[in-house]
Design a protein around this ligand. Structure first.
Ligand code: ZN
Ligand code: ZN
Length: 343
């Protein structure tokens, strides 16, 4: 069994475990899925040698699942979890690496300018090493003081650092400077228009006060979707399966508005988020939305979150034509150009 295939199974198991409010085991499965993707061990050889437990983070329980996967190409444990969640239909695991399927770059990542653990250059080099053609650096806005969010001055400083990194990486790879700006409770954004206009890419995300009543929450999201500088709505509900329900609002109305204004809905692939869910992704698709599929990585080893969540887009029935990460950088730039076009 290939590492990609095994990782897809393990990631789906983790997803179900989170919904069963077993975040501890969920994290253990997610971690092994990520390390299998990163280290690409020969699982068949390890199985023959009886050494699956030598893999990082693999205890007796996960080893049992892996043994069955390698030997029989299935997991009774996953089938049981699917059954319990009322989703017994099988989603084919992914068989080929992400870039071979046409994924060109990640648009939502953090660096040590806010709460990430790596520098701009380290993140960009790691993305390039994965075969990506571009990377969106989208640190937090000032409101989130606990994570050292960026205002206009620090953004200007970061732009210089990005330009320097860009020179070192050459023209075949593009770093886009963006921001993950907070959607405030009244639907306004946490940075002024001029600052937002100076960036290549604007992700607007709800982080705080997610338990608002549905009616004001709908107004809040509509205002963000109709904002002329917003390109993407990040993790649109803010949920954390197993620990925090996301915001509830008139999804049909907000998705229809996003389809009209051309604002993308994100599928945030962080295993702790998985937001939009496949169910809401399907609804957004029906309303005419397009999507971005991002890791929300806070460190270089988290880019693999996208690989691990790709099955969600399949489950939602979203074709890659509707996901902007399949576009080359010129197409993206057009996508994120100011709206309405100035001049
Ligand atoms: Zn966020
Ligand atoms: Zn983020």
């Amino acid at each position: 069994m290939s590492p990609d295939e095994a990782a897809a199974y393990l990631a789906e198991i983790a997803y179900h475990l989170r919904h069963k409010e077993d975040p501890h085991r969920a994290r253990a499965f997610s971690k092994v899925a990520a390390s299998v993707l990163r280290d690409r061990p020969d699982l068949d050889a390890l199985h023959r040698a009886g050494k699956l437990e030598s893999l990082e983070g693999v205890g007796a329980g996960i080893a049992k699942v892996l043994r069955e996967l390698v030997a029989e190409n299935r997991s009774a444990y996953l089938e049981k979890l699917r059954e319990e969640s009322g989703e017994p239909s099988l989603v084919a695991p992914q068989l080929t690496p992400l870039v071979e399927q046409g994924y060109m770059g990640d648009l939502h990542t953090h660096t040590d300018w806010s709460d990430g653990g790596a520098s701009v250059l380290e993140m960009a080099q790691a993305a390039q090493a994965r075969g990506y053609r571009y990377l969106g650096i989208t640190d937090h806005s000032p409101r989130i003081t606990v994570v050292n969010g960026l205002g206009p001055e620090r953004l200007a400083g970061q732009r210089r650092v990005i330009d320097e990194a860009q020179r070192r990486l050459g023209g075949a790879f593009t770093i886009l400077q963006g921001i993950e700006v907070d959607i405030l409770p009244d639907g306004s954004l946490d940075l002024d228009d001029d600052t937002l206009a100076s960036l290549d890419l604007v992700i607007a995300s709800p982080h705080l006060q997610l338990r608002m009543e549905a009616a004001p929450m709908t107004e809040r999201m509509l205002r963000a979707v109709e904002h002329p500088h917003v390109d993407i709505i990040g993790h649109p509900t803010g949920r954390r399966p197993g620990s925090r329900a996301g915001a509830t609002y008139d999804f049909e109305k907000v998705f229809a508005a996003a389809a009209r204004t051309g604002v993308l809905m994100e599928i945030d692939c962080d295993p702790a988020r998985m937001d939009l869910s496949p169910e809401l992704g399907k609804l957004a698709l029906e309303k005419g939305c397009r999507f971005s599929l991002d890791s929300d990585a806070h460190y270089v080893d988290q880019f693999v979150y996208v690989d691990l969540a790709l099955w969600m887009t399949r489950k939602a029935g979203i074709p890659t034509e509707r996901i902007v990460n399949w576009l080359p950088v010129e197409g993206l730039r057009k996508e994120f150009a100011q709206w309405p076009p100035s001049g």
